[in-house]
Structures are given as structure tokens and as C-alpha cells.
Design a protein around this ligand. Structure first.
Ligand code: ADP
Length: 788
């Protein structure tokens, strides 16, 4: 399945794979011999991988599961039950009607390739593991007569314990992911393509085979073992290999006894050759398949004597003739020069795309790729891809541990298990391979983290990635960039927060809606180009949706003045922009905050200084007390009566909402922020004019005070804040409505009596008041705020 070496890179398991000192030269360590001896005596020792630095040092001693008479183990073998999950998986596979059964070959070849990778990796520190086991290669031999396929690799092989661990249980591998996905998609069953998507590793052999025999020799063991299982069985057998013809110097040989229905198709050498070419063309070890070939040979033939010709016995004339002879031989089926080692000029786009899809199990073409070599201080080659879509599972989003970058050192696969060493978190979606000549082959995580070379590599990789993304953005056809932005826009914004050093590269990639482009996203460049000369800043408003951005009161004056405002509608937007601070030397300005400067406007200045308004502002501030820091004349309103702006250094309404929504968010400063808000009023609005009159003529009126309070609370909502008590506010609005409607359409007494709300009682209950109050419809002026 998927590159398995990474799992062996953890300190514990690398050590586990490395022979301990006593086992150099292929000798079996002493404890193992002891364990084997004990096993024979009916006590089963099990070597366990322990966490930490250990090798296989933990032991578990079980009383023998079933004592067997001596000698039985060699012939019949030892029987083991599968772990429950494996049984379930086997059952699913055996009974699935999955139509792309051929994936079994891809899975087995991929396992073989992993085993070769592991061996090559270990041989770097311990050449003895190679011994004289021959070249690193994979051979596949279909046998149409016997109805079998045999896949042989010269890789790391498995010890008896590993056979049990690997082929009887499911560890953290692609296979367990598959099971998890199956659980989540219960109703869809096993036939919905999941098998193809995840692969199910080794067990996919049972898609086509009724019996599977694995014969394997590890450099760590002195014996070769056979694992044997039948499709419909819940147990498997392990025994020692005794057949001299099947002895391997090193590696694994898997024989599939094909089901009757599958024999015809999968024992056909041409079909197998085709599958290898299709599925495994980028495996970096040679794959040979057994093929029937033909050649012309010269043969000598005795010529029949011509009539009348006399030839004595032994003197018959011989004639040379060429005939076509059929024979069987191994044929190389794949290209083994890695794609990144080839000259970019000679590699077709389709090859890059195929490599991407095969290597990363993707089904969409990438949006872009880049293939480059760096020379000089640090030398490495790399092919990087921007995927065609965002990761399906949420887990993988912004997870620096995605296995997206495969690191090779001098063509040897080292690891795909990084934690931000090669790419920053916000670029963790980029996939690709990196092959360095400058890193040591036995590079460890610690080396990676501290290496200067890796730091330089990281810088270059990031730069190349930006170039690649920039290229998508610069295409005439913007469809691809739209796709990119949809899938990875969030990552770019995260970059603005996490990578100050790359703001210059990130800025041009950002896209937003704006007051002048409500349906299409625009870039900051487009915004800046459209700015009138005297505009100094880039204005934005952050809200929770496009709709609330479009209708925010803060926009009114800016729209009137034809100033474009960016709509920041995703949770991450506001923080990203605040981190960016400027773009092309233009400051980002939040239009919902204090001190908004829209250029000189004498009219506004005049109003601000008018004594009438100073009085009004003071009076309102008096009513609102500590709820606001101050009350002032607004420069941003034209149709709304008022708005609540946040302090210059305080949270915007949007940020307050986000902070509250975070379970672990710190809201302790909320109280303080609230006190910093500024209440801005629009002196041209009828309500404010009314209040101004109240302030002058009846500053102590309860109705006027109530109106100020209601105004404030309504401003809270229209400015994006949440009122402290929505129900109380509701009550106040009902009260005002009752007053405003005031029976304008006539009201029967019985209905009136039935009205129970406190507000209505206040407004209407007294006979006297009712007679004194003039019908609201009659006093309505042209500027009546209730009339719309
Ligand atoms: P995965 O490859 O995802 O781990 P598999 O079910 O394909 O899952 O394989 C399970 C394990 O069996 C592998 O991780 C590996 O340790 C071992 N294995 C499978 N095939 C081979 C092989 N040809 N040589 C050595 N080990 C193998």
C-alpha cells in the first residue's frame, strides 16, 4: 500500500528493523534463539515493539496456545486466527462484487516496492542486510496453465513475528483507514469504490485469489517462513519453508491461486504486463514480467536429394533456414528513471499528471506543477503539485503531518512523514517529491529540524510554490484560479497570519468581494488600480455574511462617495488582513472603527463643531452612561440614524462574535472592549432631529429617554453586535410599535381588553391618555420614521 517506510522511520521501529550488534553478519540474536527454543518447549515468547528508543526488547510469555506434537509445525504448520477486523475485511473483500479487481496488482507491487525501499534504507547503515540477495527488483510471473500469479521481490522480507503482525492484524495503515471509511459509509457497502480509493493493501489479493501463499525471508531471520491462507477461512497457517526450489536469498514471494472466474483474465501474461504498465509505471525498481517472446533463428535442414542426384549416405546436403521460435523470458515493464531525474523538457504534461495521480492516489489532475533543480549552495531536485481539489477529510486540512511530500536522498526514499520541516503549515496542501544530494542518507527527524540545508531547501520550495500559484493566478482563463481559491483560499489567508516574511507574495493572491463587485471576487491589485488618486487607504468591513456586509450602515457614506469597500466575510479574513496591515503601501482600514477618515469634508466638520450637536451628544451620553465611551456626529452615515463603532484598538463586532464563538476563546476583555465603543449619530435623520428637540425642550422626558435606549440597542444589532438581553429589546420594540400603530386601523374594545403586554398597557390602558393622544396617523409628518 501507501509508502510504508515512513512508519519504520520512527526511532523505535528503525531500531527494531536494524539488527542489534550481536546479529551482525546475519546471525540470529541470542534472545531470539532462546525464544525459539522456548517456543518449542510449549512456551510462547512474543517479541513486542516497545515505544521509545528500544529495539524489539519487550517480551510476552504466553502459555502455549496449543501444544503440538514435535514435528507437526514443520509439516502442517502452526494455525493462527485473524484479528477480528481482518476477518471482517477479508469477508468484505471475498464477497464484494467490486468491478475493478485488478487493483490487487497495484497493491502487491506497491508493497513489494516498499519492502525494497526499506531494505535500501537499512543497507545505508548496515550493508550486511543486502548480503548476496541479488538486485533490488520485482518479478511477476503469471502461469495460465496452473492458474496462478507469483510476485517476487528481493526486499526486506518478514520474520515469523512480522508475518503474524503484518498479515494477521491491521495496524495504522491504509487498511485501517479503509475500515474507518467503510464504517462511516455503512450503507454504501464495499462496492462503492472505496476499495479502489484506499486500496486495502495485502488483503486485496483475495479479490481474485482463493488461496494465497507468502514465502518470505528476512535478513534478520535464519529461516524462511510460509504464510498460507484460504479466502473463506478465518485462520491462517505459518510454517517453515522446506521446498528447496522455493528458497529465497532474501525477500518475499507471493503466489496467488486464482479463482476459477479470474483465472482466464489474470493469469494472462499480456494482461499482467498491461496492468503493470498502467498502475506501476512510476515504481522506482525494475519490474519484470514473464512474457512469451519470439525470435528468428537459423536452423539447418537436410535437403531432399534432387531426382537423379546421387548422394551417398552421410553426404546429404544441408540447407540453412530461418524460422520464428517462441520462448519465454523476463521483460522490463516500467521506466525506472524517476520522473524528477529526467530533463523537464522531455517530460510531457500527461506524464507529470500521471505520476501525480499514481503517487498520491489522486483522481483529479493537479491544477499546476513545477519541476526544478537547484544548484549551488544546496542541490536538490523537486516536482511539486497544487492538487485539483482540497482534501476530502477535514482532519487533513491544515495538518502539517499530511504525507504530501516524499523526501529522497540520492534516489533513496527516506520519508514522507514531516512536521512542517519542509513546508510551513499553511502550504501543507502542496504535494510532491524532493530529492537531495546534500543530506545524509541516514537523516533523522532531529537532523531535519536543525539542518541548515533543510532550511535553505524549505525557503526555495516555498518560493517555487508561490511562483506556481502565481502562474495559475496570472492565466487569462481565471477558471483554474477560481478553483484554487475555493479549495485553498483559506490556506493563503492563514499564511498572512503565520508567515510575515512572505506577505509580499501572499498579498497579490488574496481575493475578496467588494461593494463594487458583489458577485465576483477581486484581487487587491484590482482594488488599488480602481482607487481614485486621493484615496489613501483600502477600506473593508468584516461581517458574518455577504448579505450583512452589503447592508451594513457603516457603508452608507462610502458608497455615496463612490469608495470601494472590501467585504471580509469568512472568519479568518479579518485577522489575516490585520496581519497584512498594508498592501502596496496602502493601509487597510476597518470602516466600523473609530477615527474613519474619508478625506476632507467641510460640511461634516461644521456639524461636528455646532453647539446644538455638542449638547445633543452630551445628553445622549448621559443617558447611556458607561455603555459607550463617547457619542459623536457620524461621518459615515447617510440613511441610518446611528451606528455603534468600535474603539480604534478594540475588537470589531465581527471579532467579538468570533471570540465568543470559540469554546476556548478568552472573553475576559469583552467588558473592557464594550466600554470603548463609540455611538455615532446622523444629525440629518428625523429620529435624531426629534431627539435633538427633546434634548432642548424636554430633556427629562421618559419617552425621550426610552427612545435613546432603544436607539442604542437597535444600533447594537445593526452594527453587528449582540444585544445583552434580546428579549428585553423585543419588549421595547413591541412597546414602540404599539405606540406607533396606536389603533390607526381602528381597534375593537374587546380586542383592546385582551391585550396583555406590559408595553401596551403602559401606552394604552388609561382612558385619559387615550383621549389626550392624537391619532398617530394624523400627526405623521413627511419625515415620520415609521413611514417607509
Ligand atoms: P500497508 O502496506 O498499508 O501497511 P498491507 O496490508 O498492504 O498494508 O501490508 C501490511 C504489512 O505487511 C506491510 O506494512 C508490510 O510490513 C508487510 N508486507 C506486505 N507485503 C510485503 C512484502 N512484499 N515484503 C515485506 N513486507 C511486506
Amino acid at each position: 500500500m501507501a509508502p510504508a517506510l515512513s512508519r519504520s522511520l520512527g526511532a523505535s521501529s528503525v531500531a527494531a528493523l536494524r539488527p542489534c550488534p550481536s546479529s551482525r553478519n546475519g546471525l540470529v540474536p541470542q534472545w531470539r534463539r532462546a525464544a525459539a527454543a522456548n517456543c518449542a518447549r510449549g512456551v510462547r515468547w512474543e517479541a513486542r515493539r516497545t515505544k521509545g528508543k528500544g529495539r524489539m526488547v519487550g517480551f510476552r510469555c504466553d502459555a502455549a496456545v496449543a501444544e503440538k506434537p514435535a514435528g507437526e509445525e514443520e509439516t502442517a504448520g502452526e494455525k493462527f486466527e485473524y484479528q477480528a477486523e481482518v476477518s471482517r475485511l477479508m469477508d468484505l473483500i471475498v464477497h464484494s462484487l467490486y468491478s475493478h479487481k485488478e487493483v490487487f496488482l497495484r497493491e502487491l507491487v506497491s508493497n513489494a516496492s516498499d519492502a525494497l525501499d526499506k531494505l535500501r534504507f537499512l543497507s545505508v547503515t548496515d550493508s550486511s542486510v543486502m548480503a548476496d540477495g541479488g538486485e533490488l527488483e520485482i518479478r511477476i510471473k503469471p502461469d495460465p496453465d496452473a492458474g496462478t500469479i507469483t510476485i517476487t521481490d528481493t526486499g526486506i522480507g518478514m520474520t515469523k513475528d512480522e508475518l503474524k503482525d503484518c498479515l494477521g492484524t491491521i495496524a495504522q495503515s491504509g487498511t485501517s483507514k479503509f475500515l474507518k471509511a467503510l464504517k462511516e459509509n455503512k450503507d454504501l457497502g464495499a462496492d462503492n469504490g472505496l476499495i479502489g480509493q484506499f486500496g486495502v493493501g495485502f488483503y486485496s489479493a483475495f479479490l481474485v485469489a482463493e488461496k494465497v501463499v507468502v514465502s518470505t525471508k528476512s535478513p534478520k531471520a535464519d529461516k524462511q517462513y510460509v504464510w498460507e491462507a484460504e479466502a473463506e477461512n478465518s485462520s491462517y497457517i505459518i510454517k517453515e519453508e522446506t521446498d528447496p526450489e522455493k528458497m529465497l536469498a532474501r525477500g518475499t514471494q507471493i503466489t496467488l491461486y486464482l479463482r476459477d472466474d479470474d483465472k482466464y483474465e489474470f493469469a494472462d501474461p499480456a494482461r499482467i504486463q498491461g496492468l503493470v504498465k498502467n498502475y506501476s509505471q512510476f515504481v522506482s525498481f525494475p519490474i519484470y514480467t514473464w512474457q512469451e517472446k519470439s525470435r528468428t533463428v537459423e536452423v539447418e535442414e537436410e535437403e531432399e536429394p534432387k531426382e537423379g542426384e546421387e548422394t551417398s549416405e552421410g553426404e546429404k546436403k544441408k540447407k540453412k533456414k530461418t524460422i520464428t521460435e517462441k520462448y519465454w523470458d523476463w521483460e522490463l515493464a516500467n521506466e525506472t528513471k524517476p520522473i524528477w531525474m529526467r530533463n523537464p523538457k522531455e517530460v510531457e504534461k500527461t506524464e507529470y499528471n500521471e505520476f501525480y495521480k499514481k503517487t498520491f492516489n489522486e483522481f483529479l489532475d493537479p491544477l499546476a506543477y513545477t519541476h526544478f533543480t537547484t544548484e549551488g549552495e544546496v542541490e536538490f531536485r523537486s516536482v511539486l503539485y497544487v492538487p485539483g481539489m482540497a482534501p476530502l477529510s477535514n482532519e487533513e486540512i491544515m495538518n502539517p503531518k499530511t504525507k504530501n511530500i516524499r523526501l529522497y536522498v540520492k534516489r533513496v526514499f527516506i520519508s514522507d512523514d514531516f512536521d512542517g520541516e519542509l513546508f510551513p503549515r499553511y502550504l501543507s496542501f502542496v504535494k510532491g517529491v524532493v530529492d537531495s544530494n546534500d543530506l545524509p542518507l541516514n537523516v533523522s527527524r532531529e537532523i531535519l529540524q536543525e539542518s541548515r540545508i533543510v532550511r535553505i531547501m524549505r525557503k526555495r520550495l516555498v518560493r517555487k510554490t508561490f511562483d506556481m500559484i502565481q502562474e495559475i493566478a496570472e492565466k487569462d482563463d481565471q477558471e483554474d484560479y477560481k478553483k484554487f481559491w475555493e479549495s485553498f483560499g483559506k490556506f493563503m489567508k492563514l499564511g498572512c497570519i503565520e508567515d510575515t516574511g512572505n506577505h509580499k507574495r501572499l498579498g497579490p493572491l488574496l481575493r475578496f468581494y467588494s461593494s463594487k463587485n458583489e458577485n465576483d471576487l477581486i484581487s487587491l491589485d484590482q482594488y488599488v488600480e480602481n482607487m481614485p488618486e486621493n484615496q489613501k487607504a483600502i477600506y473593508y468591513i468584516a461581517t458574518d455574511s455577504l448579505q450583512s456586509a452589503k447592508t451594513a450602515p457603516f457603508l452608507e457614506k462610502l458608497v455615496q462617495k463612490d469608495i470601494e469597500v472590501l467585504y471580509l466575510i469568512e472568519p479568518i479574513d479579518e485577522v489575516a488582513i490585520q496581519n497584512l496591515q498594508t498592501y502596496k503601501e496602502k493601509k487597510f482600514v476597518d470602516i466600523s472603527k473609530e477615527d474613519l477618515e474619508l478625506g476632507e469634508d467641510d460640511e461634516d466638520k461644521e456639524k461636528e463643531s455646532k453647539q446644538e450637536y455638542t449638547l445633543l451628544c452630551d445628553w445622549i451620553k448621559q443617558q447611556l452612561g458607561d455603555k459607550v465611551a463617547k457619542v459623536q456626529i457620524s461621518k459615515r452615515l447617510s440613511s441610518s440614524p446611528c451606528v455603534l463603532v468600535s474603539g480604534k484598538f478594540g475588537w470589531s463586532a465581527n471579532m467579538e462574535r468570533l471570540m465568543k464563538a470559540q469554546t476556548l476563546g478568552d472573553t475576559s476583555s469583552l467588558e473592557f472592549m464594550r466600554g470603548r465603543r463609540i455611538f455615532e449619530i446622523n444629525p440629518d435623520h428625523p429620529i435624531i432631529k426629534d431627539l435633538s428637540a427633546a434634548c432642548k425642550n424636554e430633556p427629562e422626558s421618559d419617552d425621550a429617554k426610552r427612545a435613546v435606549e432603544l436607539l442604542y440597542e437597535t444600533a447594537l444589532i445593526s452594527s453587528g453586535y449582540t444585544p445583552e438581553s434580546p428579549a428585553e429589546l423585543g419588549g421595547k420594540i413591541y412597546g414602540m410599535m404599539t405606540m406607533a400603530l396606536g389603533g390607526r386601523w381602528g381597534r375593537s374594545d374587546s380586542d383592546e381588553a385582551a391585550t396583555t403586554s406590559e408595553a401596551s398597557v403602559e401606552a394604552d390602558s388609561s382612558e385619559g391618555a387615550a383621549t389626550e393622544v392624537v391619532e398617530p396617523s394624523e400627526v405623521r409628518t413627511e419625515s415620520d420614521p415609521w413611514e417607509d
